[in-house]
Design a protein around this ligand. Sequence first.
Ligand code: NG6
Ligand code: CA
Length: 516
Amino acid sequence: MPSRFSTATALLLTLWGTTVSEADEASPNIVLIYADDLGYGDLGCYGATQVKTPNLDRLAARGLRFTDAHSSAATCTPSRYSLLTGEYAWRQQGTNILPGDASLIIKPGRLTVPALLKQAGYTTGAVGKWHLGLGEGPIDWNREIHPGPLEVGFDSCFILPATGDRVPCVYVKDHRVVGLDPNDPIKVDYLQPVGDDPTGRSNPDQLKIKLSQGHDNTIVNGISRIGYMTGGKAARWVDEEMADVLTREATAFIDRNQANPFFLYFATHDVHVPRVPHPRFAGKSGCGVRGDVIEELDWCVGEVLATLDRLKLTDNTLVIFSSDNGPVVDDGYADEAEQTLNGHRPSGPLRGGKYSPYEGGTRVPLIASWPAKIKPGVSDALICQIDLLATFAALTKRDLPQDAGLDSLDVLPALLGISPKGRDHLVEQGGGLSLRQGNWKLIARQAGGQGGAAAKKKAAVAKKKTNGLAPARELYDLAADPSETNNLASSRPEDVKRLSDLLERIRQDGRSRPLH
Ligand code: NG6
Ligand code: CA
């Protein structure tokens, strides 16, 4: 009898043990650190030799470093839209770079990454850059601001409404501007001046960073921005402190939620313009202000990793680090980033960067670390941030409804390093649309893309060179020519046709995740 009893007990214990560890495996904490405008060549672990990124290098050394991971687009808003919804942004109008007073572009109630994880029992939080719009119609920044992150799946948020270079220059916590004095209400306008705050155009003498393009509206903290604002003086952020403030919020979220599974979306302002490092990083990288803010970003990552270590959460936390688009050096402020690069190559060996259809536009660093589950290594799998929705659904063992995540594919085996294979093909958005399949890259340059001023200028020059006709199609063999220097379109018309047809089919079908 006793022996039968102990066998049953042992069996029960084994079952219980299995259940517990399976539950753990299906719900690791997830920390997604999303840098801004960080390029493929910007980190030590991706080949940078001058700028120092010890924390990210450490993360890569203990995790999986991807060589062919992509943001969905070569600019911010469409990449973030795709990451959260699992849908190619070019399928929807109004998903290009947004002004700071735009309405929310993700429909409340829609299945998003945080909404999915919330259903799976996670506590979800967003800290940092949002840039997906807020509210519906004109926003009154002095009242409750919604819908926003809380209406699309986050339990809490502490955000910059748009970008560091767009007004309003205030943080929003949940539904309210942080630190707002009701006697000094905020007004924002993107079309005409409001109040009598000086602007970069009228008072260039007051600027601590000169301008190279645009950015000549209201001056806040000695830096003029895109858009006009007045009021809210006590609530305005101090650019030098932004990395510290956001990192403090991110680590506090982890501290608060350490007892149960959490998902933190930590979208840094670094390394976007205006580049204003804290004085402890200013001038330290030897590669100008852009190098300094990369080192500041690395410090932020280090603080998050140290928090996980301190709370003994490192082993069962999946940390994913990536960037929303490729790098840009001059993005409208004359901060001498170009002249002080000192040999640093933001895109590494790749051609192009932010706004561009070439690989440097969307191929970005992506590191995945989960010590309990991911073996250290390097993966060449083609994956995209758009895949996180389907991948997290697989991870948490949830079904993705047919009408959600229309372009999101389950790449969990690649993310965990179990399989070297990721996607078969990927549409890249930037200066039109491009298609990757295997080693082939087709640049189609259809409408649907967007460009900053620099990209538009380049496109105009290219058009002039070709007597008014911008080259319609470019074809590159990335295996032989990773820097996209040798356009094979005219010598390989069958490949151009095959890829053009596939791209057209993906557009026409309205989805690329197969129905099941
Ligand atoms: C461009 C801005 C650029 C940056 C970008 C958005 C000018 C001349 N350029 O229009 O500075 O703000 O928009 O960047 O104003 S993103 O990373 O958020 O997509
Ligand atoms: Ca960006």
